[in-house]
Design a protein around this ligand. Structure first.
Ligand code: FMN
Length: 457
């Protein structure tokens, strides 16, 4: 097996347990396979990714349908705009059963779940898969999610992160409950575990009370890997404190280099080793045998996008009803201030349109929501795609990529068949897994109980 070196990139698949990929139009694509409601569908993707030595399959999550647009769900359901959303942990379990090395990541919300529950769900899967699990810590986005959990309105942005900080302290505390060597399991003496090495947490804070002891022993990798994708000032501080793998959206390589360096400096300011925090931008890849074939494929997928895709997704992600606006009416200052959710999109629209008060049409165009323009897109032959990925990776723009799909599972099959061997040939992607756990394959150390207390302050 190759030793993992910093000169090799991390590859993660950006998956959705839903009726389409991250790109809504993908479900209308003739190459997309039916079966998002079956284990076989996800197990096929998992095996394809493991064949391509991907470090991880990762699922996003939302706790509501995109129904902010027109304050109604009918358009969403009619058009299949992420109308289905399955619980990602159940899906990951199915994928874990079909693979041996592939890392398994899922998103769970700190705003709507309880820390004991989240700690237990992820620790259980981490134990069952012998240390292959990661949790993407999110604070969620909008009022539709709030409504499903008995609240009228989504908690304010910075309060969500305050709650999330305490949530992580509780989760990490529970994950530390079973110290190394606590398990004895000696039938002859009848001693199951060393009582002095298992403890209660007794947490009492502003947001949570949780006693313990936790009921799941430590896994082969200590505890699950933490993923984070905060992008705002507060969000990226949170990511710098807790994240081990950090997802970002970078619009181009120049911005990427600058933002990457700034983020790594924040990690260092938290007393952590920046090399041990991997940064991976989300990208689409459309690869073909030739550049012309890849461009044709991309044109075919772009032709399947409907305007409602962008409108429903913008309303969802910005927590603002875009049905209240006409295409060319500028937003008022009050309306712009009321936009919550992912404000980085608002910043991007203002910058790129050059307008302090953009219109709905500006939002659709410059956010690229619902289209491949939303993310950096690498299109071309295996050489074209590998050139771009290598350039980003080697020029200090990222440590790897989170690859979104335009058709399922076709995008991953074409990437694994065409681009992975090319990246391996160039020595920028590993040829085999370095070890059995996700931490081994991400080049992350196995944490000792309590490490997070002095490291992450
Ligand atoms: C690749 C990627 C995946 C994300 N997945 C989710 C997700 O599954 N659920 C969610 O609520 N937010 C998700 N987010 C949003 C982030 O958690 C975060 O809220 C967002 O980037 C805005 O940053 P902020 O919270 O600092 O304002 C994702 C972001 C990125 C870049």
């Amino acid at each position: 097996m190759d030793a993992m070196t910093p000169s090799q990139m991390t590859l993660v698949a950006f998956l959705q347990a839903q009726n389409c990929s991250n790109l809504v139009a993908s479900w209308r694509h003739p190459d997309t396979q039916p079966g998002y409601g079956t284990p076989a569908y996800y197990q096929h993707i998992a095996k394809t990714l493991e064949r391509g030595k991907f470090q991880m399959a990762f699922f996003d999550d939302r706790l509501a349908m995109p129904d902010r647009y027109g304050d109604d769900h009918v358009e969403t359901v009619e058009n299949g705009v992420r109308a289905v959303k399955l619980d990602p942990i159940s899906v990951l379990t199915a994928m874990g059963l079909a693979t041996e090395r592939l890392g398994l990541g899922a998103t769970y919300s700190t705003t709507y779940y309880e820390p004991f529950h989240v700690a237990r769900v992820f620790a259980t899967l981490d134990l069952l898969t012998q240390g292959r699990v990661a949790w993407n810590v999110v604070t969620s986005l909008n009022n539709s999610e709030a409504s499903n959990f008995g609240a009228q309105e989504h908690l304010a942005h910075d309060l969500r992160y305050e709650r999330a900080d305490e949530f992580l302290e509780v989760v990490q505390g529970h994950w530390d409950t079973w110290q190394e060597g606590a398990l004895i399991e000696d039938r002859a003496s009848g001693r199951f575990a060393d009582g002095s090495k298992v403890r209660r947490l007794d947490h009492e804070g502003k947001w949570f009370r949780s006693r313990g002891p936790f009921t799941v022993p430590r896994s082969a990798q200590g505890h699950p890997v933490l993923i984070q994708a905060g992008q705002s000032g507060r969000g990226s501080e949170f990511a710098a404190r807790w994240g081990e793998l950090v997802f970002v959206i970078y619009p181009n390589v120049q911005v990427a280099r600058k933002s990457y360096a700034e983020f790594k400096a924040k990690v260092e300011a938290h007393g952590r080793d920046p090399r041990k925090v991997k940064v991976a931008p989300a990208v689409y890849v459309v690869a073909g045998e030739s550049r012309a074939e890849a461009e044709d494929k991309k044109a075919a997928i772009d032709a399947l996008v409907k305007p409602v895709d962008g409108l429903a997704l913008l309303s969802e992600v910005l927590n603002f009803d875009f049905a209240t606006k006409k295409p060319d009416d500028p937003f008022t200052d009050e309306e712009l201030q009321s936009i919550s959710g992912l404000r980085a999109i608002l910043d991007r629209v203002v910058t790129q349109s050059g307008k302090a008060r953009p219109t709905l049409a500006d939002f659709l165009h410059h956010s690229g929501r619902g289209t491949t323009r939303e993310l950096m897109t690498f299109v071309g032959s295996k050489t074209d795609v590998a050139d771009q990925m290598e350039d980003w990776f080697k020029s200090g723009a990222c440590d790897g990529f989170v690859l979104a799909a335009t058709s399922m599972p076709g995008s991953y099959e074409e990437f694994v068949n065409l681009v992975v061997p090319e990246l391996q040939r160039r020595g920028v992607f590993h040829r085999d897994y370095e070890g059995a756990t996700l931490r081994d394959n991400l080049g992350l150390a196995r944490p000792n109980a309590g490490d997070w207390k002095h490291l992450y302050r």
